[in-house]
Design a protein around this ligand. Sequence first.
Ligand code: CP
Ligand code: NVA
Length: 309
Amino acid sequence: MKGRSLTCLTEYSPDEIRMLIELGLDFKRRFYAGERIIPVLKGRSIAMIFEKPSTRTRVSFDIAAWQLGARALYLGWRDLQLGRGETIADTARVLSRYVDGIVARVKEHSKVEELARYSRVPVINGLSDLSHPVQALGDYMTILEVKGKLRGVKLAFIGDGSDNVLHSLLVAGAKLGVDIVIATPKQLQPDPRILEAALKAAEESGSEIRIVEDPYEAVAGADVVYTDVWVSMGQEEAREAKVRLLQPYQVNVKLMEAAGSKALFMHCLPAHRGEEVTDEVIDGPQSIVWDQAENRLHIQKAILSALIP
Ligand code: CP
Ligand code: NVA
C-alpha cells in the first residue's frame, strides 16, 4: 500500500482494509506493552490541511505521526495561500515537494481528490462531505476488538442516511462481511454511488445491506447501534428541516432497550447530546464511544505507516 492515497475506501480491497485494522490493533497492543514510540517513519513529515474544525482527527494524526518518529504540521486552510485563491493543484504540487504525506479535511470531496491527483505523496482523507474513511477504519477496529469478529456482526445505523461517516461504514462494512441496516427517513438516502459500491461489495462478501424507515425495526437483534450528528459541519442552513425530520431517530433508552442489553452504542463524536443521542445512552453501560475515540490514535499509526513511503 506504500505510496497510495486514501480518499475513499471504495479503492481498497477487503484484504487491505483487514490488514490496516489488524495493524491498528497491533499498534495498540504494543503501545500498552510499553512501546510508545515505534519510529518506522523516522525523518518523515506530514502536512495536515484542515478546512473544517477537528479535535479527534487532528490530534490523533499529530500524535500518531510523532509516535512513529515523523513530524506533523497543522495547516489551517485560511492560513495557506489556498485561502487567497492559490489552486488546490498548485498547493498539492508544492506541498508534496516538502512533505511525505498529506492529511486533508475538506468541504467538497472533489477537493481531496484533486489534492491526490496533483500530489507526489499520499493524500489521506480526514473527512469530506462524502466520506470519512479513517473514522470507519477505527470503528471497525473497535468492533473487532470488542466482539472478536466482523463477519456477521449486525450494525444498525440510526439517523441521517446521507451522512459521510455512514458512507464509509457502509463501504468498509460491506467489504468486511458486516450486516448493516440503516434506519433513515425517505428524504435522506445514502449517496447512490456509495450505495452501489456497497451493494456490489456485499454481493461478494455475503453481507446484508438494508435500508428501512423504522428505527425499532433496524435495532432488532443489533450488535452495534451507531449514530452521528443530524447536522454535519457545513449543513447549518438545513438545520431546522433536518432536526424536524430526524426527531423519531433519537437513540435513547427506549431504543437501546429494544436493541437489547448486548447491543453496543457507538458514535464517531462530537455528539449533539439531547439531539441524536441522550446522555443516558452515551454515558451508559452499553456505550463504547471513548474506546472508539481512543482507537483513532492507533488506526492512524496503521494508516500512516502503511501508506507513507
Ligand atoms: N470523529 C471525528 O472525526 O472527530 P473530529 O471532528 O473531532 O476530528
Ligand atoms: N458527520 C459529521 C462527522 C464529524 C466527525 C460531520 O461531517 O460534521
